[in-house]
Design a protein. Structure first.
Length: 289
């Protein structure tokens, strides 16, 4: 799949070469050209031209996504939301973060919340692609947290089971730069830590050091909750560390210079990132990895 996330600095010149390659049957060039016509980058914006080139791109994930947007919004084509949903689905099936985000949102708007949650979480887990798709992945992480929160609010899920996961994804979204998630995270933290998750008493004193998503009034309540189900919740949280990317900033590096000597699973591009990650979260999770 062609990388159309960051089009060339000279889009006019890029259009010339993409068009030459596309006319020669290069599907990746067709996809890039379709995106450029859709956005008006280096060419006069034309949704009809965009549709033409995007269709020629075949099964390219970004092309399917942009073609779906044309059908969803009725730009250059007759509006057809069923067709848009089908195209978003095809893009999402390739684990394309933007495709998963769009498909999830369309499912969510149709009231298919469980299906939407599955797509958002699939996108949220793609942290090994942060260097290229940080915005889309952070969006999926935020929406995953929101869906889990809504399950608790509408009574279809247990707070003790779902709030740790919601907090986990909200923290990831904040870390990956989604501003909208900051206020939502504060709200989640306030609710999750407002009462003991075992006995229900307000103003708990202890917080689970592993997930940081459940609080208790004392050690006795914490032990009881751990044995009755919280252990499974904690151990079920994703482990999203990659040896090819810095665990703090997400920069790609095939040979990271620094590795956590405790868990030997977190890697960093420099000492600054390692120290910051340790202070912000890794000192709590390291012993559990």
């Amino acid at each position: 799949m062609i990388d159309t996330e960051s089009l060339p600095k000279d889009p006019v010149m890029a259009t010339k070469w993409y068009k030459k390659a596309a006319e020669g049957g290069n599907k990746r060039a067709c996809a890039a050209l379709g995106v450029m016509y859709s956005n008006g980058d280096g060419v006069v914006q034309s949704f009809h031209e965009a549709k033409y080139w995007l269709e020629l791109a075949g099964d390219d994930a970004r092309a399917l996504l942009d073609l779906g947007r044309l059908y969803r919004d009725g730009k250059g084509v007759r509006q057809d939301k069923a067709k848009a949903l089908e195209l978003f689905c095809q893009s999402a099936e390739q684990e394309y973060p933007h495709g998963l985000a769009e498909y999830g949102m369309m499912l969510y708007r149709e009231g298919r919340f469980e299906e939407a949650l599955q797509k958002f979480e699939a996108g949220a887990r793609l942290e090994n692609h942060l260097s290229r798709y940080r915005e889309a992945i952070a969006f999926c992480q935020h929406q995953t947290a929101c869906c889990l929160y809504m399950k608790v609010q509408n009574g279809s899920g247990d707070a003790g089971d779902l709030y740790p996961s919601a907090l986990f994804w909200a923290r990831k979204a904040v870390k990956n730069g989604r501003e909208e998630s900051k206020s939502f995270l504060v709200k989640l933290e306030s609710i999750a830590h407002s009462k003991c998750r075992n006995c229900g008493k307000v103003d708990p004193k202890l917080t689970c050091s592993k997930c940081r998503g459940a609080s208790y009034c004392d050690k006795s309540c914490q032990r009881t909750a751990w044995k009755s189900g919280h252990k499974a919740v904690c151990n079920g949280l994703p482990k999203l560390l990659s040896p090819s990317e810095c665990a703090q900033c997400g920069k790609f590096s095939p040979k990271p210079r620094f590795m956590c000597q405790g868990c030997e699973k977190a890697y960093y591009c420099d000492e600054t990132c390692q120290k910051r990650h340790w202070d912000e979260e890794h000192k709590d999770e390291c012993k559990f990895l």
